[in-house]
Write a new protein. Structure first.
Length: 393
């Protein structure tokens, strides 16, 4: 069976995390992705831990792609880009609005060349509005998107979510938007622009918390690992490590009280309804945690499991990536890179039963496929040599 996006050609003019994550998702599902970089390369090539001089971060975001370098400030560079755009199905970019217009690779310019193009433009705050020209990184969006204000323990400073959640969510939404636009083109024969705001994506991620604010006009407080909807849902310290316990019905609350030999809590006027347990969450947590610390995590989890109460350990990365469930789900892949050697990357979170995606090739080295891409466009060796000498490629 073919992969679902096999035959779809994507021209990827993105950098950092949000765009590369999007194009990687599409490449995983079979799309042919050509990643366009400046001569010095994507910024993530120089960030974080290294494998033989190759950035682990870059490798994690750019598998299943071919890579070329291109100087879009030069007319010859634009001409190459236009030739690629003319035969592509999708163009993706996440540069500032003025930069894209200056390079003349904005939607209007590309749509003149290829009217059926799906053009995905990822902006930090949106293409229009007072912040449309404002640069930002993940921390900026987490702060201005409100998620830091609801993350952390009560009384603590606002806290960043521990991964680049704004970028990754926006990358997923861009891949979704592109796929929907491709379906619309298949049905209606039209190309169009997909406009994505990283800030909007992060706000959509907070739909459950936002619903409470809309209903009450009360600004949400930081409540640590607790839930604003049910209780107790929280993290508790046991004799040897922390565990998660989730009680989301009165029936489960009664079961928890009985298995902990604390049946008196069932009729305690502070905790005899979900609303009261939420209101008195701190007092309830102190009582429960005192009891949880009398036994080890494994003993408690076995008891909770028998009663059908949602539970779990809090894994560090060593435990996550050695867990048998993660192995069965194939969420770690090992691939061979020409410079970095054997590397591990995260797997595909979407499993299709008949047309699955796959991890096929590692991230490209800088300019690895420039020569073969230009040959495919009709450039001969002499022309390619001239382009190199003039620093167009």
């Amino acid at each position: 069976m073919k992969a679902p996006l096999e035959g779809i050609k994507i021209l990827d003019l993105t950098h950092m995390m949000v765009g590369p994550f999007c194009s990687m998702l599409l490449g995983d599902m079979g799309a042919e992705v050509i990643k366009v970089e400046p001569h010095w390369g994507d910024e993530t090539r120089f960030m974080g831990a290294m494998h033989n001089g190759e950035s682990a971060l870059f490798l994690s975001l750019n598998r299943n792609k071919r890579g070329i370098t291109l100087n879009l400030k030069e007319d010859e560079g634009k001409e190459i880009f236009y030739k690629l755009a003319k035969r592509s199905d999708v163009v993706i970019q996440n540069f500032l609005k003025d930069t894209i217009k200056k390079w003349k690779v904005d939607y209007d310019s590309i749509a003149q060349i290829n009217p059926k193009i799906i053009y995905a433009a990822i902006f930090g705050f949106g293409e229009k509005g007072p912040y449309s020209d404002k640069p930002g990184l993940d921390l900026s969006f987490q702060g201005m998107g409100g998620i830091m204000s609801i993350t952390g323990e009560p009384g603590s400073p606002p806290t960043r979510v521990g991964t680049s959640v704004a970028d990754i969510v926006a990358g997923m939404l861009t891949a979704y938007g592109i796929t929907v636009a491709l379906l619309a083109r298949e049905r209606m024969g039209i190309g169009q622009k997909v406009d994505i705001s990283i800030l909007d994506g992060l706000i959509s991620l907070q739909t459950p918390r936002a619903s409470q604010y809309f209903a009450t006009s009360k600004i949400p407080e930081r409540i640590g690992s607790s839930s604003p909807f049910f209780g107790p849902i929280d993290t508790f310290k046991t004799k040897d490590r922390h565990i998660n316990v989730s009680i989301f019905t009165d029936k489960l609350w009664v079961k928890l009280c009985k298995l902990m030999d604390m049946e008196y809590l069932i009729s305690d006027s502070r905790f005899d309804s979900n609303d009261k347990r939420l209101k008195n969450r701190m007092a309830l947590k102190a009582i429960l945690e005192d009891k949880f610390q009398q036994k080890g995590a494994d003993e408690w989890l076995e008891l909770l499991e028998k009663e059908g109460i949602p539970n779990g350990k809090i894994f560090d990365y060593d435990e996550v990536f050695s867990d048998p469930q993660i192995k069965v789900n194939e969420m770690v892949h090992e691939i061979e890179h020409p410079v970095a050697g054997k590397i591990k990357v995260t797997g595909l979170p979407i499993k299709l039963s008949k047309t699955p995606g796959s991890v096929r090739t590692p991230a490209p080295t800088l300019s690895q496929h420039t020569h073969e891409v230009l040959i495919s466009l009709g450039y001969d060796e002499a022309a390619i040599k001239k382009l190199k000498e003039s620093k167009v490629i």
